[in-house]
Design a binder for this molecule. Sequence first.
Ligand code: PMP
Length: 327
Amino acid sequence: MSHLQGLTGSIGNTPLIKIESLSAKTGCTILGKAEFMNPGGSVKDRAALWMINAAEKSGALQPGGTVVEGTAGNTGIGLAHVCNSRGYGCVIYMPDNQSKEKVDLLRTLGAEVRVVPTVPYANDDNFQKQAGRYAATLDNAVWANQFDNTANRQAHFESTGPEIWAQTDGKIDAFTCAVGTGGTLAGVSRFLKQQSNSAKVILADPMGSALHNWVTTGEATMTPGPSITEGIGNSRVTENLAGTEIDDSVQVTDQAMVDMCYTLLRKDGWFFGSSSGINLAAAVAIAEQLGPGHTIVTILCDDGGKYQSRLYNPDFLAEKDLHIPSV
Ligand code: PMP
């Protein structure tokens, strides 16, 4: 009998899916890691599980404890699921510029959500800093700290990277994905580079992020934005990202991301979130640079369900001067 062991045993080991239209268009094999198939619906389930496992292992988190995080999105969802399955409390700090759907979803999952005024990272009352301070006031509690806690990167070094290597039989010419915390790109890069130097690792960056400049010039200076993408792009090099070998970077505009998401929905049937659209547009650009016959792997971070009021809302797109492609 073959089965998975409960909720946490169902995180990871996602399929690697050939995106047929993009492969046919480029003459390359374009493969997407189906992270939307994790129990919490995103790539961040892996980070949530590894951060909680690390806190248990260090003794910082004991039975009945609490996990606190500042997050507006998928990490909170992943943490809420894993906390429920292990009997931990989950407290999420969120800035007040986030949609009501996100707050409602986290509350439905059982997290205590604290919505706080939106202020920049440099301000002491930034939601992430408030999360850290609050965790420090509790007994038996940890601040997950996904940006600088390298258990996040380790999740992808120990699971996503080896899965991609096995699923491609090591025949991979390029890996690309966007960065929020950097856990995914850094963990996968470290694993692939340990196996062989033949796979190029290429950052996929939305507009309005500093990381494209960091990879191409060494200086993390902001590029012109903004972007409607969520969960990706960064103005600083996190602990997870620091010291990672990245060969190149591709910038993807919001319009290219919208074109990708709607074309895949209407023609192939896929319903992806905005970061998957950035990743797939980068994969196509890389395929065009490399020429036919190469294998390019990327991440399908989450599905489109959470993006209905923005990416999949024609009025919102029109306000942002973005056009739905005619397909
Ligand atoms: N896509 C989505 C939808 C996300 O929520 C995140 C995490 N913020 C990412 C991509 C980026 O992943 P990472 O944090 O591992 O860089």
